[in-house]
Write a protein of this length. Structure first.
Length: 202
């Protein structure tokens, strides 16, 4: 039997965010026969805290402005400025809610899946687009984990850099929980996959 080629590939798809949210993971990654999921990883929840704090701060701005105006000018009985202020405030809250929803979707739907055969990098781009990149374990050459900063060490999250000899030469897991443990697990899976393919090609 001749040598077999295991080539990583990247594909781009555009779809509605509701379709992605409702799609089963197996349908997104198209699992192969005898392939099973070992790890499902997302960015650490602590990395989303700045977005939550920003949302809270932005949500408090109209309240502060409202109390200032009512105390200084008392526009509540003005037939023009009070309805205008309410309309502007409603539009403002709608805007920041859409902003927060878009940030949460990007955080929640960005994920990395490790199976016994490959790595799948699902990168959500805004509300209506995503990029799915695949890298086969048998082609992996180097795996590096790193964690920098006080909060990264306190909450135990960091980055994982994976290098391959295939068409997709680099995949990065960013701000994932327990990066050093994930690195060790990935190295073990890679070694097992390479032994399996070596035995199959003999």
């Amino acid at each position: 039997m001749g040598p077999r080629c295991y080539c990583g590939r990247a594909r781009r798809s555009t779809a509605g965010v509701l379709f992605l949210a409702m799609s089963h993971l197996a349908e997104v990654i198209h699992q192969q026969k005898n392939e099973h999921i070992v790890l499902e990883l997302r960015r650490h929840w602590a990395t989303f805290l700045p977005t939550i704090f920003l949302f809270i701060a932005l949500a408090l701005v109209p309240l502060a402005v409202y109390f200032f105006l009512t105390e200084s000018f008392d526009i509540r009985h003005d037939l023009f400025w009070y309805p205008a202020a309410m309309l502007f405030g409603s539009a403002y809250y709608l805007f920041i809610l859409v902003f927060f929803f878009a940030q949460f979707i990007d955080y929640h739907l960005d994920m990395w899946v490790v199976t016994n055969e490959r790595i799948i990098d699902i990168n959500q781009k805004g509300l209506f687009s995503r990029i799915v990149t695949e890298m086969h374990l048998v082609l992996i050459q180097d795996v590096t984990s790193e964690s920098h900063g006080f909060f990264a060490h306190m909450f135990n999250y960091g980055d994982l850099h994976i290098h391959s000899s295939g068409p997709v030469q680099r995949v990065e897991f960013l701000n994932i929980p327990r990066p050093h443990e994930v690195r060790n697990a990935l190295i073990q899976l890679t070694a097992e996959d390479k032994r399996k393919h070596k035995a199959h090609d003999i």
